[in-house]
Design a protein around this ligand. Structure first.
Ligand code: SDX
Length: 428
Protein backbone atom coordinates (compact mmCIF):
# COMPACT_ATOMS: atom_id res chain seq x y z
CA UNK A 1 0.00 0.00 0.00
CA UNK A 2 1.51 3.37 -1.00
CA UNK A 3 2.02 5.74 1.91
CA UNK A 4 3.09 8.73 -0.16
CA UNK A 5 3.97 9.51 -3.77
CA UNK A 6 6.90 11.00 -5.70
CA UNK A 7 6.22 13.38 -8.57
CA UNK A 8 8.79 13.22 -11.35
CA UNK A 9 8.95 16.00 -13.91
CA UNK A 10 10.84 15.01 -17.06
CA UNK A 11 11.89 17.48 -19.74
CA UNK A 12 10.06 16.59 -22.92
CA UNK A 13 7.14 14.96 -21.14
CA UNK A 14 4.07 17.16 -21.02
CA UNK A 15 2.89 15.94 -17.63
CA UNK A 16 4.72 14.86 -14.44
CA UNK A 17 4.90 11.18 -13.53
CA UNK A 18 3.46 10.16 -10.18
CA UNK A 19 5.23 7.21 -8.50
CA UNK A 20 4.03 5.52 -5.29
CA UNK A 21 6.35 5.49 -2.24
CA UNK A 22 6.20 2.59 0.23
CA UNK A 23 7.53 2.45 3.80
CA UNK A 24 8.81 -0.73 5.46
CA UNK A 25 9.15 -1.67 9.15
CA UNK A 26 12.61 -0.03 9.19
CA UNK A 27 14.98 1.41 6.60
CA UNK A 28 14.66 3.80 3.65
CA UNK A 29 11.31 4.27 1.93
CA UNK A 30 11.18 2.96 -1.64
CA UNK A 31 9.88 4.58 -4.82
CA UNK A 32 7.98 2.13 -7.02
CA UNK A 33 9.40 2.92 -10.46
CA UNK A 34 7.53 0.21 -12.38
CA UNK A 35 5.35 2.90 -13.95
CA UNK A 36 8.33 4.42 -15.76
CA UNK A 37 8.34 1.67 -18.41
CA UNK A 38 5.03 2.84 -19.86
CA UNK A 39 6.55 6.33 -20.13
CA UNK A 40 9.44 4.92 -22.17
CA UNK A 41 11.94 5.35 -19.31
CA UNK A 42 14.13 2.93 -17.32
CA UNK A 43 16.01 3.55 -14.08
CA UNK A 44 19.81 3.24 -14.23
CA UNK A 45 21.65 1.83 -11.19
CA UNK A 46 24.75 -0.30 -12.03
CA UNK A 47 25.71 -2.38 -8.98
CA UNK A 48 22.25 -1.73 -7.52
CA UNK A 49 23.59 0.96 -5.16
CA UNK A 50 20.07 2.33 -4.48
CA UNK A 51 17.76 -0.38 -5.82
CA UNK A 52 15.44 -2.66 -3.87
CA UNK A 53 14.89 -5.87 -5.83
CA UNK A 54 12.10 -7.22 -3.62
CA UNK A 55 10.40 -6.93 -0.28
CA UNK A 56 11.54 -9.31 2.43
CA UNK A 57 10.88 -10.03 6.12
CA UNK A 58 13.95 -12.16 6.80
CA UNK A 59 16.90 -9.87 7.60
CA UNK A 60 17.38 -6.15 8.13
CA UNK A 61 20.70 -4.30 8.03
CA UNK A 62 21.22 -0.71 9.18
CA UNK A 63 24.58 0.19 7.63
CA UNK A 64 24.85 3.49 9.53
CA UNK A 65 24.21 1.94 12.94
CA UNK A 66 26.07 -1.31 12.25
CA UNK A 67 22.86 -3.23 12.99
CA UNK A 68 21.93 -6.73 11.73
CA UNK A 69 18.54 -8.24 12.63
CA UNK A 70 17.37 -11.75 11.74
CA UNK A 71 13.55 -11.77 11.90
CA UNK A 72 14.00 -8.80 14.28
CA UNK A 73 16.55 -10.40 16.62
CA UNK A 74 20.01 -8.65 16.80
CA UNK A 75 22.89 -10.86 15.63
CA UNK A 76 24.91 -10.33 18.82
CA UNK A 77 22.02 -11.57 20.99
CA UNK A 78 21.52 -14.59 18.71
CA UNK A 79 25.26 -15.38 18.74
CA UNK A 80 25.22 -15.18 22.55
CA UNK A 81 22.02 -17.16 23.25
CA UNK A 82 21.09 -19.30 20.24
CA UNK A 83 22.74 -21.87 17.98
CA UNK A 84 22.96 -22.40 14.22
CA UNK A 85 20.14 -24.97 13.97
CA UNK A 86 17.76 -22.68 15.87
CA UNK A 87 18.82 -19.77 13.62
CA UNK A 88 18.07 -21.95 10.55
CA UNK A 89 14.55 -22.54 11.87
CA UNK A 90 14.10 -18.82 12.62
CA UNK A 91 15.29 -17.69 9.18
CA UNK A 92 13.21 -20.31 7.37
CA UNK A 93 9.94 -20.14 9.33
CA UNK A 94 10.02 -16.64 10.86
CA UNK A 95 9.76 -17.38 14.59
CA UNK A 96 11.97 -19.03 17.22
CA UNK A 97 11.01 -22.71 17.65
CA UNK A 98 9.48 -24.16 20.81
CA UNK A 99 11.58 -26.90 22.43
CA UNK A 100 9.50 -29.54 20.62
CA UNK A 101 9.74 -27.72 17.27
CA UNK A 102 13.50 -27.37 17.73
CA UNK A 103 13.91 -31.08 18.50
CA UNK A 104 11.79 -32.10 15.51
CA UNK A 105 13.64 -29.75 13.14
CA UNK A 106 17.05 -30.86 14.42
CA UNK A 107 16.03 -34.51 13.96
CA UNK A 108 14.80 -33.84 10.40
CA UNK A 109 18.12 -32.18 9.54
CA UNK A 110 20.14 -34.97 11.16
CA UNK A 111 18.21 -37.64 9.27
CA UNK A 112 19.17 -36.05 5.95
CA UNK A 113 22.92 -35.53 6.49
CA UNK A 114 23.96 -38.60 4.47
CA UNK A 115 24.30 -38.24 0.70
CA UNK A 116 23.47 -40.79 -2.02
CA UNK A 117 26.38 -43.25 -2.25
CA UNK A 118 26.67 -42.60 -6.00
CA UNK A 119 27.62 -38.98 -5.25
CA UNK A 120 31.00 -40.19 -3.99
CA UNK A 121 31.79 -41.17 -7.60
CA UNK A 122 31.07 -37.59 -8.69
CA UNK A 123 34.07 -36.41 -6.67
CA UNK A 124 36.37 -38.87 -8.41
CA UNK A 125 36.01 -36.93 -11.66
CA UNK A 126 37.85 -33.93 -10.18
CA UNK A 127 41.63 -33.52 -9.93
CA UNK A 128 42.77 -34.07 -6.35
CA UNK A 129 44.01 -30.46 -6.22
CA UNK A 130 40.72 -28.95 -7.44
CA UNK A 131 39.68 -25.97 -5.31
CA UNK A 132 36.89 -27.26 -3.02
CA UNK A 133 34.66 -24.38 -4.14
CA UNK A 134 34.87 -25.70 -7.72
CA UNK A 135 33.89 -29.15 -6.44
CA UNK A 136 30.98 -27.68 -4.45
CA UNK A 137 29.66 -25.77 -7.48
CA UNK A 138 29.51 -29.04 -9.38
CA UNK A 139 28.38 -31.45 -6.71
CA UNK A 140 25.64 -29.26 -5.22
CA UNK A 141 24.18 -28.60 -8.67
CA UNK A 142 24.36 -32.36 -9.25
CA UNK A 143 22.11 -33.05 -6.23
CA UNK A 144 19.20 -32.40 -8.61
CA UNK A 145 20.16 -35.66 -10.33
CA UNK A 146 19.63 -37.55 -7.08
CA UNK A 147 16.82 -35.82 -5.27
CA UNK A 148 14.10 -35.17 -7.81
CA UNK A 149 11.29 -36.85 -5.83
CA UNK A 150 10.20 -33.57 -4.20
CA UNK A 151 10.95 -30.83 -6.69
CA UNK A 152 7.54 -29.30 -7.28
CA UNK A 153 8.55 -25.82 -6.16
CA UNK A 154 4.94 -24.69 -6.15
CA UNK A 155 4.34 -26.95 -3.13
CA UNK A 156 5.33 -25.68 0.34
CA UNK A 157 6.16 -29.20 1.53
CA UNK A 158 8.46 -29.84 -1.46
CA UNK A 159 10.24 -26.55 -0.88
CA UNK A 160 10.67 -27.45 2.79
CA UNK A 161 12.13 -30.93 2.15
CA UNK A 162 14.57 -29.50 -0.42
CA UNK A 163 15.60 -26.82 2.09
CA UNK A 164 16.18 -29.41 4.83
CA UNK A 165 18.13 -31.65 2.44
CA UNK A 166 20.39 -28.73 1.49
CA UNK A 167 20.94 -27.54 5.09
CA UNK A 168 21.72 -31.13 6.10
CA UNK A 169 23.93 -32.18 3.20
CA UNK A 170 26.09 -29.10 2.68
CA UNK A 171 28.42 -29.90 5.63
CA UNK A 172 28.74 -33.50 4.43
CA UNK A 173 29.63 -32.44 0.88
CA UNK A 174 31.96 -29.71 2.17
CA UNK A 175 33.87 -32.18 4.35
CA UNK A 176 33.99 -34.65 1.43
CA UNK A 177 35.56 -31.97 -0.80
CA UNK A 178 38.28 -31.47 1.83
CA UNK A 179 38.88 -35.20 2.29
CA UNK A 180 39.11 -35.58 -1.49
CA UNK A 181 41.72 -32.78 -1.58
CA UNK A 182 43.89 -34.44 1.09
CA UNK A 183 43.43 -37.97 -0.24
CA UNK A 184 41.74 -39.33 2.89
CA UNK A 185 38.58 -41.48 2.96
CA UNK A 186 35.22 -39.74 3.27
CA UNK A 187 33.56 -39.85 6.70
CA UNK A 188 29.89 -40.63 7.08
CA UNK A 189 27.97 -38.16 9.28
CA UNK A 190 27.16 -39.25 12.84
CA UNK A 191 23.65 -38.82 14.24
CA UNK A 192 24.90 -38.49 17.82
CA UNK A 193 26.71 -35.20 17.09
CA UNK A 194 25.25 -31.70 16.68
CA UNK A 195 25.61 -29.74 13.46
CA UNK A 196 28.97 -28.08 14.16
CA UNK A 197 30.46 -31.15 15.89
CA UNK A 198 29.42 -33.34 12.95
CA UNK A 199 31.11 -31.01 10.47
CA UNK A 200 34.38 -31.01 12.43
CA UNK A 201 34.16 -34.81 12.79
CA UNK A 202 33.64 -35.32 9.03
CA UNK A 203 36.46 -32.87 8.29
CA UNK A 204 39.12 -34.27 10.64
CA UNK A 205 38.29 -37.83 11.68
CA UNK A 206 40.28 -40.63 10.05
CA UNK A 207 40.07 -44.45 10.35
CA UNK A 208 43.35 -44.73 12.24
CA UNK A 209 42.45 -42.99 15.47
CA UNK A 210 39.47 -41.80 17.46
CA UNK A 211 38.65 -38.13 16.79
CA UNK A 212 37.89 -36.13 19.93
CA UNK A 213 35.61 -33.10 19.51
CA UNK A 214 37.19 -29.96 21.00
CA UNK A 215 34.21 -28.17 22.62
CA UNK A 216 35.80 -24.74 22.13
CA UNK A 217 36.25 -25.45 18.41
CA UNK A 218 32.70 -26.81 18.13
CA UNK A 219 31.27 -23.67 19.77
CA UNK A 220 33.45 -21.42 17.58
CA UNK A 221 32.36 -23.35 14.46
CA UNK A 222 28.69 -23.01 15.42
CA UNK A 223 29.17 -19.28 15.96
CA UNK A 224 30.94 -18.89 12.60
CA UNK A 225 28.02 -20.69 10.95
CA UNK A 226 25.61 -18.29 12.73
CA UNK A 227 27.53 -15.15 11.73
CA UNK A 228 27.52 -16.04 8.02
CA UNK A 229 23.94 -17.32 7.80
CA UNK A 230 22.15 -14.47 6.04
CA UNK A 231 22.67 -10.89 4.97
CA UNK A 232 19.58 -9.69 3.05
CA UNK A 233 20.05 -9.09 -0.70
CA UNK A 234 23.85 -9.55 -1.05
CA UNK A 235 25.32 -10.62 -4.38
CA UNK A 236 25.00 -14.38 -3.89
CA UNK A 237 21.51 -14.21 -2.37
CA UNK A 238 20.37 -12.00 -5.25
CA UNK A 239 21.85 -14.62 -7.60
CA UNK A 240 19.82 -17.36 -5.92
CA UNK A 241 16.65 -15.24 -6.14
CA UNK A 242 17.26 -14.50 -9.83
CA UNK A 243 17.90 -18.17 -10.62
CA UNK A 244 14.87 -19.18 -8.55
CA UNK A 245 12.65 -16.67 -10.38
CA UNK A 246 13.05 -18.76 -13.58
CA UNK A 247 11.63 -21.82 -11.77
CA UNK A 248 15.02 -23.56 -11.62
CA UNK A 249 15.24 -26.33 -9.02
CA UNK A 250 16.64 -25.36 -5.57
CA UNK A 251 19.87 -27.36 -5.99
CA UNK A 252 20.72 -25.48 -9.20
CA UNK A 253 19.86 -22.17 -7.49
CA UNK A 254 22.14 -22.89 -4.52
CA UNK A 255 24.92 -23.94 -6.90
CA UNK A 256 24.56 -20.52 -8.57
CA UNK A 257 24.79 -18.88 -5.15
CA UNK A 258 28.00 -20.82 -4.40
CA UNK A 259 29.52 -19.59 -7.66
CA UNK A 260 28.68 -15.96 -6.87
CA UNK A 261 29.94 -16.24 -3.29
CA UNK A 262 33.36 -17.47 -4.49
CA UNK A 263 34.50 -14.03 -5.70
CA UNK A 264 37.16 -12.32 -3.51
CA UNK A 265 34.99 -9.19 -3.31
CA UNK A 266 32.29 -11.33 -1.62
CA UNK A 267 32.65 -14.62 0.24
CA UNK A 268 36.12 -15.30 -1.13
CA UNK A 269 37.41 -12.43 1.02
CA UNK A 270 38.05 -14.64 4.07
CA UNK A 271 40.58 -16.71 2.11
CA UNK A 272 41.95 -13.48 0.59
CA UNK A 273 42.48 -11.98 4.07
CA UNK A 274 44.78 -14.86 5.05
CA UNK A 275 46.65 -14.55 1.74
CA UNK A 276 47.03 -10.83 2.47
CA UNK A 277 48.33 -11.50 6.01
CA UNK A 278 50.75 -14.07 4.56
CA UNK A 279 51.89 -11.46 1.98
CA UNK A 280 52.34 -8.82 4.70
CA UNK A 281 54.38 -11.34 6.70
CA UNK A 282 56.58 -8.96 8.64
CA UNK A 283 54.68 -7.12 11.39
CA UNK A 284 56.98 -4.09 11.48
CA UNK A 285 55.22 -0.72 11.42
CA UNK A 286 56.81 0.37 8.17
CA UNK A 287 55.87 -2.86 6.43
CA UNK A 288 52.23 -2.69 7.55
CA UNK A 289 52.11 1.00 6.60
CA UNK A 290 53.41 0.04 3.14
CA UNK A 291 50.37 -2.18 2.61
CA UNK A 292 48.01 0.48 3.93
CA UNK A 293 49.55 2.92 1.43
CA UNK A 294 49.10 0.37 -1.37
CA UNK A 295 45.41 -0.03 -0.42
CA UNK A 296 44.99 3.76 -0.76
CA UNK A 297 46.83 3.95 -4.08
CA UNK A 298 44.33 4.12 -6.95
CA UNK A 299 46.97 2.75 -9.32
CA UNK A 300 47.54 -0.30 -7.15
CA UNK A 301 44.86 -3.05 -7.43
CA UNK A 302 45.66 -4.12 -3.83
CA UNK A 303 42.71 -3.63 -1.45
CA UNK A 304 42.63 -4.26 2.27
CA UNK A 305 40.76 -7.58 2.19
CA UNK A 306 38.19 -7.95 4.97
CA UNK A 307 37.70 -4.17 5.00
CA UNK A 308 34.82 -2.16 3.59
CA UNK A 309 31.24 -3.06 2.82
CA UNK A 310 28.52 -1.96 0.43
CA UNK A 311 26.02 -1.44 3.24
CA UNK A 312 27.93 -1.03 6.51
CA UNK A 313 29.29 2.48 6.97
CA UNK A 314 30.11 1.51 10.55
CA UNK A 315 31.49 -1.63 12.18
CA UNK A 316 30.03 -4.87 10.76
CA UNK A 317 28.37 -6.23 13.95
CA UNK A 318 29.47 -9.72 12.90
CA UNK A 319 33.12 -8.62 12.86
CA UNK A 320 32.87 -7.61 16.51
CA UNK A 321 31.55 -11.04 17.55
CA UNK A 322 34.10 -12.72 15.28
CA UNK A 323 36.94 -10.80 16.93
CA UNK A 324 35.77 -11.94 20.40
CA UNK A 325 35.56 -15.54 19.14
CA UNK A 326 39.04 -15.20 17.64
CA UNK A 327 40.45 -14.13 21.02
CA UNK A 328 38.62 -17.02 22.76
CA UNK A 329 39.92 -19.71 20.37
CA UNK A 330 43.51 -18.44 20.34
CA UNK A 331 43.44 -18.04 24.14
CA UNK A 332 42.27 -21.64 24.49
CA UNK A 333 45.09 -22.76 22.21
CA UNK A 334 47.61 -20.73 24.19
CA UNK A 335 48.22 -18.68 21.05
CA UNK A 336 46.75 -15.37 22.15
CA UNK A 337 49.94 -13.92 20.77
CA UNK A 338 49.49 -15.35 17.25
CA UNK A 339 51.64 -13.24 14.86
CA UNK A 340 48.94 -13.04 12.18
CA UNK A 341 46.43 -11.91 14.80
CA UNK A 342 48.90 -9.25 15.89
CA UNK A 343 49.29 -8.07 12.28
CA UNK A 344 45.49 -8.07 11.78
CA UNK A 345 44.87 -6.06 14.96
CA UNK A 346 47.65 -3.56 14.06
CA UNK A 347 46.31 -3.28 10.50
CA UNK A 348 42.82 -2.57 11.88
CA UNK A 349 44.12 0.01 14.33
CA UNK A 350 46.20 1.90 11.71
CA UNK A 351 43.41 1.80 9.12
CA UNK A 352 40.79 3.06 11.57
CA UNK A 353 42.98 6.08 12.35
CA UNK A 354 43.75 6.81 8.67
CA UNK A 355 41.84 9.64 6.95
CA UNK A 356 41.38 7.58 3.74
CA UNK A 357 39.47 4.83 5.58
CA UNK A 358 37.66 7.22 7.93
CA UNK A 359 36.47 9.41 5.04
CA UNK A 360 35.19 6.37 3.11
CA UNK A 361 33.72 4.75 6.25
CA UNK A 362 35.71 1.57 5.71
CA UNK A 363 35.60 -0.81 8.69
CA UNK A 364 36.50 -4.47 9.21
CA UNK A 365 33.78 -6.77 7.87
CA UNK A 366 32.74 -10.33 8.73
CA UNK A 367 35.69 -11.76 6.79
CA UNK A 368 38.48 -9.89 8.55
CA UNK A 369 38.90 -12.20 11.55
CA UNK A 370 37.10 -15.39 10.50
CA UNK A 371 40.08 -16.75 8.57
CA UNK A 372 42.40 -16.42 11.58
CA UNK A 373 40.00 -18.50 13.71
CA UNK A 374 39.55 -21.13 11.01
CA UNK A 375 43.31 -21.40 10.45
CA UNK A 376 43.84 -21.77 14.23
CA UNK A 377 41.32 -24.63 14.17
CA UNK A 378 43.42 -26.40 11.53
CA UNK A 379 41.06 -25.69 8.63
CA UNK A 380 42.93 -25.13 5.34
CA UNK A 381 42.55 -21.72 3.63
CA UNK A 382 40.86 -23.18 0.57
CA UNK A 383 37.99 -24.37 2.80
CA UNK A 384 37.19 -20.93 4.26
CA UNK A 385 34.73 -19.87 1.56
CA UNK A 386 33.26 -23.38 1.49
CA UNK A 387 32.39 -22.91 5.18
CA UNK A 388 30.83 -19.56 4.30
CA UNK A 389 28.73 -21.38 1.65
CA UNK A 390 27.66 -24.09 4.13
CA UNK A 391 26.42 -21.38 6.48
CA UNK A 392 24.88 -19.11 3.84
CA UNK A 393 22.81 -21.97 2.41
CA UNK A 394 20.13 -21.30 5.02
CA UNK A 395 20.03 -17.63 3.99
CA UNK A 396 19.88 -18.49 0.30
CA UNK A 397 17.17 -21.11 0.68
CA UNK A 398 15.09 -18.95 3.07
CA UNK A 399 15.03 -16.14 0.50
CA UNK A 400 14.26 -18.63 -2.28
CA UNK A 401 11.39 -20.06 -0.19
CA UNK A 402 10.09 -16.57 0.71
CA UNK A 403 10.07 -15.52 -2.95
CA UNK A 404 8.27 -18.68 -4.09
CA UNK A 405 5.74 -18.41 -1.26
CA UNK A 406 4.56 -15.06 -2.64
CA UNK A 407 3.70 -13.90 -6.14
CA UNK A 408 6.85 -13.15 -8.11
CA UNK A 409 7.95 -12.43 -11.66
CA UNK A 410 10.99 -13.69 -13.52
CA UNK A 411 13.89 -11.28 -12.88
CA UNK A 412 14.81 -9.55 -16.12
CA UNK A 413 16.70 -6.22 -15.77
CA UNK A 414 16.91 -3.81 -18.74
CA UNK A 415 19.90 -1.71 -19.89
CA UNK A 416 21.15 1.57 -21.31
CA UNK A 417 22.17 0.48 -24.83
CA UNK A 418 25.31 2.28 -26.04
CA UNK A 419 26.25 0.04 -28.96
CA UNK A 420 25.94 0.62 -32.75
CA UNK A 421 22.65 1.90 -34.10
CA UNK A 422 20.85 -0.28 -36.69
CA UNK A 423 23.12 -0.85 -39.73
CA UNK A 424 22.91 -3.13 -42.84
CA UNK A 425 25.14 -6.13 -43.44
CA UNK A 426 27.64 -5.28 -46.22
CA UNK A 427 26.58 -7.21 -49.33
CA UNK A 428 28.99 -5.67 -51.89
C1 SDX B 1 30.98 -9.86 2.05
O1 SDX B 1 26.85 -7.58 0.52
C2 SDX B 1 27.05 -8.27 1.58
O2 SDX B 1 26.29 -8.25 2.52
C3 SDX B 1 28.31 -9.15 1.57
C4 SDX B 1 28.62 -9.91 2.85
C5 SDX B 1 27.57 -10.95 3.14
O3 SDX B 1 27.46 -11.35 4.32
O4 SDX B 1 26.93 -11.46 2.18
O5 SDX B 1 28.68 -9.01 3.94
C6 SDX B 1 29.94 -10.65 2.74
O6 SDX B 1 31.10 -9.96 0.85
C7 SDX B 1 31.79 -8.87 2.85
C8 SDX B 1 32.77 -8.05 1.95
C9 SDX B 1 34.00 -8.92 1.71
N1 SDX B 1 34.87 -8.28 0.70
C10 SDX B 1 36.05 -7.74 1.06
O7 SDX B 1 36.47 -7.67 2.22
C11 SDX B 1 36.89 -7.28 -0.14
C12 SDX B 1 37.45 -5.88 0.15
N2 SDX B 1 36.34 -4.94 0.13
C13 SDX B 1 36.09 -4.19 -1.10
O8 SDX B 1 36.26 -4.99 -2.24
C14 SDX B 1 34.78 -3.38 -1.03
O9 SDX B 1 34.80 -2.73 0.17
C15 SDX B 1 33.46 -4.08 -1.21
C16 SDX B 1 33.39 -4.89 -2.45
C17 SDX B 1 33.17 -4.94 -0.03
C18 SDX B 1 32.39 -2.97 -1.27
O10 SDX B 1 32.62 -2.27 -2.43
P1 SDX B 1 31.65 -1.04 -2.85
O11 SDX B 1 30.49 -0.91 -1.97
O12 SDX B 1 31.39 -1.14 -4.33
O13 SDX B 1 32.54 0.18 -2.52
P2 SDX B 1 33.57 0.82 -3.51
O14 SDX B 1 34.43 -0.26 -4.13
O15 SDX B 1 32.84 1.76 -4.42
O16 SDX B 1 34.50 1.63 -2.49
C19 SDX B 1 34.23 2.97 -2.16
C20 SDX B 1 35.62 3.59 -1.99
C21 SDX B 1 36.49 3.45 -3.25
O17 SDX B 1 37.43 4.51 -3.22
P3 SDX B 1 37.08 5.90 -4.10
O18 SDX B 1 36.81 5.42 -5.51
O19 SDX B 1 35.84 6.49 -3.44
O20 SDX B 1 38.31 6.74 -3.94
O21 SDX B 1 36.31 2.90 -0.94
C22 SDX B 1 37.47 2.25 -1.48
C23 SDX B 1 37.27 2.17 -2.99
O22 SDX B 1 38.52 2.13 -3.68
N3 SDX B 1 37.55 0.91 -0.88
C24 SDX B 1 38.68 0.34 -0.45
C25 SDX B 1 38.28 -0.89 0.10
N4 SDX B 1 36.95 -1.04 -0.01
C26 SDX B 1 36.51 0.08 -0.63
N5 SDX B 1 39.97 0.75 -0.47
C27 SDX B 1 40.88 -0.10 0.05
N6 SDX B 1 40.57 -1.31 0.61
C28 SDX B 1 39.29 -1.73 0.65
N7 SDX B 1 38.97 -2.91 1.18
Amino acid sequence: MADRKATLTVEGLDKPIELPIYSGTRGPDVIDVRGLGSEGLFTYDPGFMATSSCQSAITYIDGGKGMLLHRGYPIDQLAQNSDFVELCYLLMFGELPSKAEYANFADRVTSHTMVHEQLANFFKGFRRDAHPMSIMCGVVGGLAAFYHDHLDITKQEDREISAIRLIAKMPTLAAMSHKYNVGQPFNYPRNDLNYAENFLYMMFSNPCEEYKINPVFAKAMDRIFMLHADHEQNASTSTVRLAGSTGANPFACISAGIAALWGPAHGGANEAVLNMLDEIGDESEENIQRFIDRAKDKDDPFKLMGFGHRVYRNFDPRAKVMKETCDEVLEQLGRADDPQLRIAKRLEQIALEDEYFIERKLYPNVDFYSGIILKAMGIPKNMFTVIFAVSRTIGWISHWHEMLSESYKIGRPRQLYVGHDKRDYPTD
